[in-house]
Design a protein around this ligand. Structure first.
Ligand SMILES: Nc1nc2c(ncn2[C@@H]2O[C@H](COP(=O)(O)OP(=O)(O)OP(=O)(O)O)[C@@H](O)[C@H]2O)c(=O)[nH]1
Ligand SMILES: [Mg+2]
Length: 195
């Protein structure tokens, strides 16, 4: 099963809880997207993520029957420079979803998307993937237009969002979409148990 509904946890939460991982090259804005979403803040200064951190956040969604649901996402953020493959595999294991991020001003980060996607698929063959084309506020510096992003979307069969952690554009939409999709697919088997 892909979900934990194992009664009330230590904080008194008795709803649906899912593990989500942020993937993508260093500096694409993974930590910034997470901070924008969880703290509504943004820092221009780059502080490389060493190892992994996580944030837990509750998302309100409406299910297919129109019932309001609270979905808890435990979102893991790993530094894109962490190259040790086994570590990455452990990090991805049991994830219900991945948000795979590139920077529209850095074509290399777009070129790396397939590698990130494939390594996620190896560990989590049935989990949800969402693509983030981040830093769209940097219009004059944009090198990767919309069309290649849409190609990825079709190829990965994943939702595609153009985001800015700086302005907040589409950031809430990404995390709400993740919560909706993992909730909807909660009965599908994605392998490993939850954290
Ligand atoms: N203009 C702009 N800058 C951004 C945006 N998102 C992130 N940045 C900047 O890009 C740099 C890297 O952002 P991080 O969020 O630390 O990137 P990361 O993917 O977590 O990097 P690692 O932890 O090394 O993997 C920082 O200087 C951020 O301020 C964005 O949407 N727009
Ligand atoms: Mg980071």
């Amino acid at each position: 099963m892909n979900e934990t509904t194992t009664g009330t946890d230590a904080e008194g939460f008795d709803g649906f809880k899912f593990r989500v991982v942020l993937l993508g090259e260093a500096t694409v804005g993974k930590t910034s997207l997470l901070r924008r979403y969880t703290e509504n803040s943004f820092d221009e200064e780059y502080k490389q993520t060493i190892g992994t951190t996580f944030a837990s956040t509750d998302v309100n969604i409406t299910d297919d029957k129109g019932t309001n649901r609270v979905v808890r996402l435990v979102i893991w953020d790993m530094g894109g420079q962490a190259t040790y493959k086994e570590l990455r595999r452990q990090y991805m294991k049991g994830a219900s979803a991945a948000i795979i991020v590139y920077d529209v001003t850095q074509p290399e980060s777009f070129m790396a998307m397939n590698t990130w996607y494939q390594s996620f698929r190896e560990v989590c063959p049935n989990s949800i993937a969402i693509i983030c084309a981040n830093k769209v506020d940097l219009q004059g510096k944009r090198m990767v237009p919309v069309e290649p992003g849409q190609m990825l979307r079709d190829w990965f069969q994943a939702a595609y969002y153009e985001t800015s952690a700086k302005t907040g554009d589409n950031v809430n939409e990404v995390f709400t979409r993740v919560a909706e999709e993992v909730f909807r697919s909660r009965n599908s088997d994605s392998g490993a148990p939850q954290m």
